[in-house]
Write a protein that binds this ligand. Structure first.
Ligand code: AP5
Length: 220
């Protein structure tokens, strides 16, 4: 099977987590969703979670050093041998430079960076309606992709909840943080010939098809 080593880039609510899961299933790679890892650490009250909690609540980025070490270690795990989908990392130029160094040490290269684009009003609709499973992390949307079991997860029966950082004021902070600290990565990867722009509006399967098309013969 082909392998992929890709980064999903895009503002909050662009659909990175949704598409990362589909890519992980299709290519049998590991999925590294830094937001999910941090939220779990907060719930588990680990040292990482205690350090990250305040940043997550405010919608700000946790320090680069924390996240770079975390991803660097995760990439060495066995399930990443057949490739990886990075969702939510890198998010600053410094993180992107660190990723380059980590991959160089490992003797591998990124296949591509998929920059997902959606307009502001769609972002707000998606984040306001998002529900996640407390148990398995499955994603739903109150309108676009509701659970058939009301407040319970279709896959495991776990309780669905709304993320704390999906409140209106925190969404605004997250969007500002994206524009100032993460959007410059579009140029960074564009200049390196790695970037594909993906229209993130439309049905989940249609967006997935666009991504597969953009990946072309990647990893074959
Ligand atoms: P993180 O969890 O990564 O949040 P984010 O980047 O803001 O992205 P989201 O998870 O909000 O959205 P998404 O693009 O994954 O969309 P989704 O697929 O869920 O990070 C959270 C926090 O952790 C950060 O604020 C920061 O504090 C910290 N952090 C994380 N990484 C960091 C890093 N590298 N450095 C420093 N700090 C870091 O979709 C959204 C909704 O829309 C869902 O309900 C879904 O069902 C629905 N949906 C998806 N696609 C479609 C579609 N095509 N049509 C209709 N609905 C759709």
């Amino acid at each position: 099977m082909a392998s992929v080593r890709v980064v999903l880039l895009g503002p909050p609510g662009a659909g990175k987590g949704t598409q990362a899961k589909l890519l992980r299933e299709q290519f049998d790679t590991c999925q590294i969703s830094t937001g999910d890892i941090l939220r779990k650490a907060v719930v588990d009250k680990t040292p990482l979670g205690q350090e990250a909690a305040a940043y997550l609540n405010r919608g700000e980025l946790v320090p680069d050093s924390v996240i770079v070490n975390l991803v660097g270690e995760r990439l060495k795990e066995k399930d990443c041998e057949n490739g990886f989908v990075l969702d939510g990392f890198p998010r600053t130029i410094a993180q992107a430079e660190s990723l380059e160094r980590i991959l160089k040490t490992m003797g591998i290269r990124l296949d591509g960076v998929l920059s997902m684009q959606i307009p502001h009003d769609v972002i707000v609709d998606r984040l306001a309606g998002r529900r996640s499973c407390k148990n398995c992390g499955a994603l739903y949307h109150r309108v676009f992709d509701p659970s058939t079991r009301g407040g319970a997860c279709d896959q495991c029966g776990g309780e669905l909840y709304q993320r704390d950082d999906d409140r209106e004021e925190t969404i605004n902070t997250r969007l500002n943080v994206y524009e100032t600290q993460t959007a410059p990565l579009v140029n960074y990867y564009g200049q390196r010939g790695k970037l594909s722009e993906i229209d993130g509006v439309g049905k989940v399967d249609d967006v997935h098809r666009r991504i597969i098309q953009a990946l072309g013969g990647v990893g074959n």
